[in-house]
Write a protein that binds this ligand. Sequence first.
Ligand code: HXC
Length: 514
Amino acid sequence: MGWEELLEEYRKRKEVVIQGGGKEKLQKIKESGKLTARERIEYFLDPNSFVEVGTFVEHRATVLGMDKVKAAADGVVTGFGTVNGRLVFVASQDFSVLGGSVGEMHAAKIARVQEMAMAYRAPIIIMNDSGGARIQEGVDSLKGYGDIFYRNVQASGHVPQIAIIFGPCAGGAVYSPALMDFVVMTNSAYMFITGPRVVEAVTGEKVTTEQLGGPNVHAEKSGNIHFVAETDQQALDLARQLLSFLPSSADERPPYIEPQDDPARLTPEVAEIVPAEANKAFDIRDFIRAVVDDGEFLEVQADFGRSIVVGFARLGGHTIGIIANQPAVMAGVLDIDSSDKAARFVRTCNAFNIPVVTFVDTPGYMPGTRQEYGGIIRHGAKLLYAYSEAEVAKITLIVRKAFGGAYIAMGSKHLGADVVFALPSAQIAVMEAEGGANIVFKKEIESAENPEKVRAKKIAEYRSEFLNPYVAASRLYIDDVIEPQFVRLALYNALEVTLTKKNAVGRKHGNIPL
Ligand code: HXC
């Protein structure tokens, strides 16, 4: 056989692979405004960098007549390439081929790139668009899912794992994204354990696909995902941006980006953003943007547990993970959802050698039966655990209120913070003035001729004596009290400890979903 015949045979086979489920099906995907599986990879990676792995894989099933079906690449495109010149591994499910369903070889291809990502210490991005377990392949399909989940866990804390969901993601299939570090969902995606029909049959509840598992539900209510994107392109852009903040693996520091923004830039606007009065609300994100490099802040889980804000930014070119109480939402109280969100984020930062910078302004943990019955004790404990466990540099700035258990939990010196600063507006105490004075001076107030007058006097005394940063600073719990204009500079200088800390790189733990 000469070259001509060899190439003819090769091109014929390659054409079948590239065509996926056929021209008609690919056209249908394009008409719906989505990208095809191959287009997603092409858009995501640097031009000409994609190396395909398992191009000519076909399914091996012989049950239910599947041997007659040509399942191009078995419904998933896998391989590696670069993003901004850095190696990444990818798997992109092809809905045009048997609904992107997961059969034995489909799963084996994903498992292969998962293993390569671990071996070559690079992130893996799995693009989901699938009808779930391939029904015809029965238990081989379930085995395949098990293999993927197992490798998700093996890779956890070693290399960053990002899931992007572009279409259906149902049944047990949801657990691969759930085990990964970050989940992005587009507006046309949905994710649930059982679909609306099963829900109605079992519980009688009528619900739409969107209401049950649309992106907004997961972003706001369940907290299962981290980002929502309008389009396929936006989801892929987000994943690229996210990668820019992360190291390729736990063996490295995150990439240093030469700052355009002077680390010594003064931040006098902080005094305008933060009201000196503790009971006035403000948006902590304005504060964050004023302080970090070029005002760039990638907020993570923006719509979930909104009384705390978490996300990535840079300070003097170094990636930092920010955890900040949000006074604009329920005064920045710590509740079940915000505790889970913050604890998971601290652990994500620790896993990937990202210094944790904490801004504190919280009245404490949320009281009430709903929170107690929901396990605020257990959920709040996760935050204490995460901060105490974290070996990365921990730098904390107390902005205003830091009361009770929440003072301890929010990156205090007592949980191992490296450097703790406070603004002159900080208030550090067991509780706020009214509650504190009413308890401590109960007898004096009750036995006074004019209890209200004495109460007001005692509250004022408590406020001036305890509600400041100086008591804590006098005990070495706070390293320095700084002026608003020096916030950026002080944080940047404190970040120097990141360069000297032991165990600055190396795997610390997996990133279990909390
Ligand atoms: C085999 C499947 C399939 C599946 C879809 N297809 N899902 N083939 N196994 N699980 C095929 C269809 O037969 C069809 O083939 C093509 O994919 C496109 O599907 P359509 O139904 O035409 O598309 P659409 O109307 O967009 O609906 C998409 C869908 C629906 C909502 C995903 O196909 C669906 O409900 N599928 C079943 C979903 C499901 O219950 N999966 C099992 C979940 S349990 P043709 O040849 O006609 O184009 C699970 C367990 C995992 O996944 C356990 C892990 C531990």
